[in-house]
Design a protein around this ligand. Structure first.
Ligand SMILES: Cc1ncc(COP(=O)(O)O)c(C=O)c1O
Length: 367
């Protein structure tokens, strides 16, 4: 199989698995236990925390390990449960949008920040939010569908000056572009392990030192009391190792991914009626979302699957009816074009030969 859906998930790196295995077999002690077996697990978690901290430029105690990006996003929104309302961008992942809608159903004012045709937050949207002065603004660093990267540092500067708290979902950005928490200037940041060649079911919420956290999970003093529950030691060890590798290999991976993306985009030029979504935005080096006039994205996905190529489509299924991607709709893309979308997301193990095969198949399937 030619796997081109790394924004959905990645394969565990062999070096990550190797680091994890002893904590699934030999060292199974509970990190809260005081005897040696427990202390070995505790120390492995401490190491993982340092590895992740080093990748994103924070102190280890600013990290709360969670069960993934979804939990980190939910925890951030619950923590900041906004007295003065909240604002989230219209292109957020459902794990931000749905908690936001839930807060709205509880009576909090919710504002959606508009994006332009390239999937970028507009200055007008920021100005509007500033005039509303909500307690919390959540803007993702990189979009999972288009790969569009937001200029978070510029927004945080403006929003912070007004005393507004900012959360950023950096799940898709981590390991693909530099992610420096302090440079971004957010109060909270969500991360996930399985997008960076670590195991699934593990993530983290990063918080600015001065921020108070309202835990969602109660019943234990793990993670400084901010997230109760016996730690998933092996997964945390894997996340830490994946973070360490992401740090040492970031530049190399970036160059490789960008080379593949450029090769694909050149190869796509010959396909009539093709659009690269968010083309003018700064995008993740691994992500290309395209629409082809008159082509059904899901059908194309199935045809590529038959040729042994895995990509993702942009549409979501709601109550048995296929809806166009809310991200593309928010960008002002019409429903028909949005339904033609497929997303290709490269990973570090993809090769130029695989991209050439994809181009060949796309050319023949869309004629
Ligand atoms: C932007 C974004 N945020 C959050 C998540 C959720 O992360 P997890 O799968 O670790 O819960 C994803 C996963 O696709 C994502 O792409």
């Amino acid at each position: 199989m030619i796997y081109l859906d790394h924004n959905a998930t990645t394969a565990i790196d062999g070096r990550v698995l190797e680091a994890m295995l002893p904590f699934l077999t030999t060292f199974y002690g509970n990190p809260s236990s005081l005897y040696r077996h427990g202390r070995i697990s505790r120390s492995a978690i401490d190491t993982a925390r340092e590895q992740l901290a080093s990748l994103i430029g924070v102190q280890p105690r600013q990290i709360i390990f969670t069960s993934g990006g979804t939990e980190a996003n939910n925890l951030a929104l619950a923590t900041l449960a906004p007295k003065a309302g909240l604002a989230v961008s219209a292109i957020e992942h459902p794990s931000v949008l749905e908690p936001a809608l839930h807060l709205q159903s509880l009576g909090h004012r919710l504002t959606l920040l508009a994006v332009d045709v390239n999937g970028q937050i507009t200055q007008e949207a920021i100005d509007k939010v500033i005039s509303l002065k909500p307690s919390l603004v959540s803007i993702m660093l990189a979009n999972n569908e288009t790969g569009a990267v937001q200029n978070i540092a510029i927004y945080t500067e403006q929003l912070k000056a007004q005393g507004i708290n900012i959360h950023t979902d950096a799940v898709q950005a981590l390991g693909k572009i530099p992610v420096d928490f302090n440079r971004l200037g957010a109060h909270f940041m969500s991360l996930s392990s399985h997008k960076i060649y670590g195991p699934k079911g593990c993530g983290a919420l990063i918080f600015e030192k001065s921020m108070a956290i309202t835990p969602v999970m109660l019943g234990g003093d793990q993670e400084q009391g901010f997230r109760a529950g016996t730690e998933n030691v092996a997964a945390i060890v894997g996340f830490g190792k994946a973070a360490e590798l992401a740090k040492t290999e970031l530049a190399e991976r970036h160059t490789h991914l960008l080379k593949l993306r450029t090769l694909l985009e050149h190869g796509l030029n010959a396909i009539p009626g093709l659009t690269v979504f968010a083309e003018q935005a700064e995008r993740l080096p691994n992500t290309v979302q395209i629409g082809i006039h008159g082509i059904d994205g899901e059908m194309l996905l199935m045809q590529l699957d038959q040729k042994g190529i895995a990509v993702s489509s942009g549409s979501a299924c709601a109550s048995g009816v296929r809806e166009p991607s809310p991200v593309l709709v928010a960008m002002g893309i019409d429903a028909a074009q949005a339904k033609s979308a497929i997303r290709i997301s490269f990973g570090k193990a993809n090769t130029e030969a695989e991209v050439i095969e994809l181009i060949k198949q796309l050319n023949s399937l869309t004629r």
